[in-house]
Write a protein that binds this ligand. Structure first.
Ligand code: 5AD
Ligand code: SF4
Length: 444
């Protein structure tokens, strides 16, 4: 009953896992001041859009969604609308939002999300529009409340920002320079999560392999992994994203020797052409990447490797693209996120002259997906007949009589099993591989 009377918030999140975690923090702050969540915008008294600007598409979706809120605000003038996240960190964007969507009440960026309750208060007390964007990253704020979406697995950010300045990417401009959380803060958060019953932790950062630089005393990412691996009660540890130039032998060794560190690496290659990689400022060649993959596969034989690939980067020729196709065929990624290059203001690639035609980009994109799907299907097929450990996350999306969870290698498994096992680890025999998931049955 009390639940019914509590005001509700609705949060929509675009973009990466780090944005998801930021939204969980906003939710945590709102819970602390008496709000409860809803999946229905119509019944919310606060609507927050947490935005992404990595590609133009993500921005267009935000604009479209903001447009649809006008009617809701007309119906309910007390509705508070807030827009935050990476998109707001871009020059002129916050002003643009306030001008184009005058019914937006609060606009803030990635560095000052912790001030959200204060902004909300001001809107309510003074009935003004609050717009505050900080250009400089702040100190890391520890101990913020957080309302997590899953009960079985949790995401823990270990570092913020990025120093790499890949020429296509806007992240260093909107998320600021790299800064790492202290290992003891990370450790304590994970111990608390394990005590609350979480079985799996994913460590997050734009470039986790450079974790620890600048801390006193300095610590490497491999050392951090080894420390967390020792936490009693934790079952699984994952991390992302790794940069091929920084993934050290020590990290590979930590995965190999750790008991909880899962055999899964997300290692964005972006392109298979050394020439394009150079213009992208990725600081490794095709050969460096392939050597690294060979090393990883040799040391961790059952490893699953996923990647990100961009097609249609300025100047990409048919030959460059074919090198990407041949790299994909050689590596046989378990999965790959593919992106059509999107021009981002203020990045060096946006100013490059030889931009690729949309039709060529799309044609290459489709060819790439075909090759990727072939490899994923082949990789999945290797699981047929095997018994794998699955962390059960809940009911299957399309069939509530079945359960779903993930293997240590991150594969999605739908299987017949006992609902009691939701939240725990079970053994599942894989009966059939699908293109993007595995089917199976629980074995007791
Ligand atoms: N266009 C297309 N894809 C991009 N990515 C980053 N910036 C761009 C861009 N301008 C992709 C990269 C990165 C992933 C998160 O998004 O592949 O690894
Ligand atoms: Fe962007 Fe490159 Fe940093 Fe990744 S490593 S966030 S692609 S600049």
């Amino acid at each position: 009953m009390i639940q019914e009377q509590m005001p509700k918030y609705y949060i929509e999140t675009w973009g990466c896992q780090m944005n998801e975690e930021d939204s969980e923090k906003l939710a945590g702050m709102l819970k602390n001041i008496g709000y409860t969540d809803t999946l229905n915008r119509e019944e919310a008294s606060i609507i927050i859009f947490n935005t992404c600007c990595v590609r133009e598409n993500a921005e267009l979706k935000v604009f479209g969604n903001l447009g649809t809120l006008r009617k809701l605000k007309e119906k309910n003038p007390d509705l508070v609308i807030a827009v935050c996240g990476c998109m707001m960190q871009q020059k002129g964007m916050a002003e643009d939002i306030v001008r184009r969507f005058p019914y937006v009440d609060i606009v803030f960026g990635t560095h000052n999300a912790y001030k959200f309750p204060e902004y909300l208060n001001r809107v309510k007390q003074e009935n003004v529009v609050v717009k505050e964007i900080m250009d400089k990253e702040t100190e890391i704020i520890e101990g913020m409340p957080i309302e997590r979406k899953s009960d079985a697995k949790a995401y823990v950010t270990i570092m913020y920002g990025c120093n790499n300045f890949c020429t296509y990417c806007v992240v260093p401009y909107v998320r600021g320079r790299e800064r790492s959380r202290k290992p003891e803060d990370i450790e304590n958060e994970i111990i608390e999560l394990v005590n609350e019953g979480y079985k799996e932790i994913t460590l997050l950062g734009q470039n986790v392999n450079s974790y620890g630089k600048g801390l006193d005393p300095e610590i490497t990412f491999a050392d951090l992994l080894k420390r967390i691996d020792k936490i009693p009660g934790l079952e699984r540890l994952r991390f992302m994203t790794s940069h091929p130039k920084d993934l050290s032998e020590d990290v590979i060794k930590a995965i190999k020797e750790g008991t909880k560190i899962c055999e899964q690496i997300h290692l964005p290659v972006q392109s298979g052409s050394s020439r394009i990689l150079k213009i992208m400022n990725r600081k490794y060649t095709r050969e460096d990447y392939l050597n690294l993959i060979r090393k990883i596969k040799k040391e961790i034989p059952d490893v699953a490797i996923s990647t990100d690939i961009i097609v249609g980067f300025p100047g990409e020729t048919e030959e460059d693209f074919e090198e990407t196709l041949s790299l994909v065929k050689e590596v046989e990624f378990d999965s790959a996120y593919t992106f059509i290059y999107s021009r981002r203001k203020y990045t060096p690639a946006d100013k490059m002259e030889d931009q690729i035609d949309d039709s060529v980009k799309h044609e290459r994109f489709n060819r790439l997906i075909e090759v990727i799907n072939e490899a994923s299907a082949k990789k999945n097929k290797e699981y047929e007949g095997k018994v794998v450990e699955v962390l059960v996350e809940g009911e299957s999306k399309n069939d509530s009589t079945r359960l779903m969870g993930r293997t240590r290698t991150g594969k999605l498994v739908n299987f017949a099993g006992d609902k009691e096992s939701i939240g725990s680890l079970v053994n599942v025999k894989i009966t059939k591989a699908q293109s993007f998931s595995l089917n199976g049955e629980e074995i007791k």
